[in-house]
Design a protein around this ligand. Structure first.
Ligand code: ADP
Ligand code: MG
Ligand code: ZN
Length: 319
């Protein structure tokens, strides 16, 4: 008796005198429970702990004025996530002219929206000190690239990156948007988790090429969203088929059904195939995305179809 009381004193948990009479009731209760923990009690304790932990998670707060957030993610970089995000945003607007669409570049390490949307410059501040998005092709855009010099090395780590993300999420005056398309950084790191936990996301689309490695990364991406309860709307298979610009002959470069197989194992839909096409890259590079500059092309139509599939799978928007 004396020995464990002494130990507790040392741990600073209990502060009572030598008499041993002044044990605070709550404390003795905990101690008693500890000593006789049965299997059932242990389960209850586990449940309670889970409850407390879920209470401790940051509360998701909608972005002012934004009805639905669609994130475009991938397991790795270079699979065409930004290209897809840009053309998806344009396609959502093109398919339904009553909808207003915004584009948030959350790739704080390597922002590519400014170049792809041919936008440059510093956002103005609104009356309540929020940043106004820059506008092109009818899409409101915000990117880290508007806030730092293109040549400045973006080598923020940890907190700096997080506060940058926080600014992009909370300090932008989007006005009224039906859809905000978010171009995520590659992978399943802190930025992705932070965004998923801070704002309600209507759905995630995962971009992947048909190669096995990219597909394995896509798998990880899909799992992450499921863990944080973000509905995954489906997979977009990018660069699946090469279409010769001269004779229009189609070559399936990486095999035809990698993404479909993965989709089946994950119980997910394929939202569409985007061909590997010179004009998609060229259009992106000169800041005139194909859905805007060549809306009648097969490439643009592929994005327009994907946008239909995305909208079809979104939950009904809030009133
Ligand atoms: N379907 C496509 N056809 C041709 N080029 C593409 C296609 N998708 C992406 N690209 C090109 O591939 C490169 C990487 O695309 P990007 O969208 O920047 O990838 P991520 O955002 O995943 O890193 C860019 O040069 C882009 O123009
Ligand atoms: Mg990108
Ligand atoms: Zn040819």
């Amino acid at each position: 008796m004396r020995a464990w009381r002494h130990w507790l004193l040392l741990r600073g948990m209990l502060l009572w005198g030598d008499s041993g009479a002044a044990v605070p009731p709550g404390r003795s209760g905990i101690w008693a429970a500890r000593r006789q923990l049965s299997g059932a009690e242990r389960d209850t304790l586990k449940q309670r702990r889970a409850q407390i932990m879920s209470r401790g998670l940051p509360k998701q707060k909608p972005i002012e004025g934004v009805k639905q957030v669609i994130v475009v993610a991938s397991g790795k970089g270079g699979v065409g996530k930004s290209t897809t995000a840009v053309n998806l945003a344009l396609a959502l607007a093109a398919n339904d002219s009553t909808k207003t669409v915004g584009l948030l570049d959350a790739d704080v390490y390597g922002p590519s929206i400014p170049k792809m949307m041919n936008l440059k410059g510093n956002p103005e501040l609104s009356q309540n000190n929020l940043m106004r998005p820059l506008l092109n092709y009818g899409i409101a855009c915000m990117s880290m690239g508007f806030l730092v010099e293109e040549t400045a090395p973006v080598v923020w780590r940890g907190l700096l990156v997080m506060s940058a993300v926080e600014k992009l999420l909370r300090q932008v005056d989007w006005g009224q948007l039906d859809y905000l398309v978010v171009d995520m950084p590659p992978g399943t790191g802190d930025v992705q988790l932070s965004i998923s936990q801070n704002i309600p996301i209507s759905g995630a689309v995962i971009v992947s090429t048909p190669q096995d490695i990219a597909l394995m990364d896509a798998h990880k991406g899909a799992e992450m969203f499921r863990k944080v309860h973000v509905p995954v709307l489906g997979l977009i298979q990018n660069m699946s088929v090469f279409q010769c610009p001269k004779c229009k002959y189609k070559t399936p470069l990486f095999g035809t059904d990698g993404a479909r197989k993965l989709a089946r194992t994950l119980n997910l839909d394929v939202l569409g195939d985007i061909p590997l096409h010179l004009s998609i890259r060229e259009a992106s590079d000169i800041g005139q995305p194909v859905v805007f500059s060549q809306p009648e092309s097969d490439e643009a139509k592929a994005y327009l179809r994907v946008a239909v599939e995305v909208v079809r799978r979104l939950p009904p928007p809030p009133e």
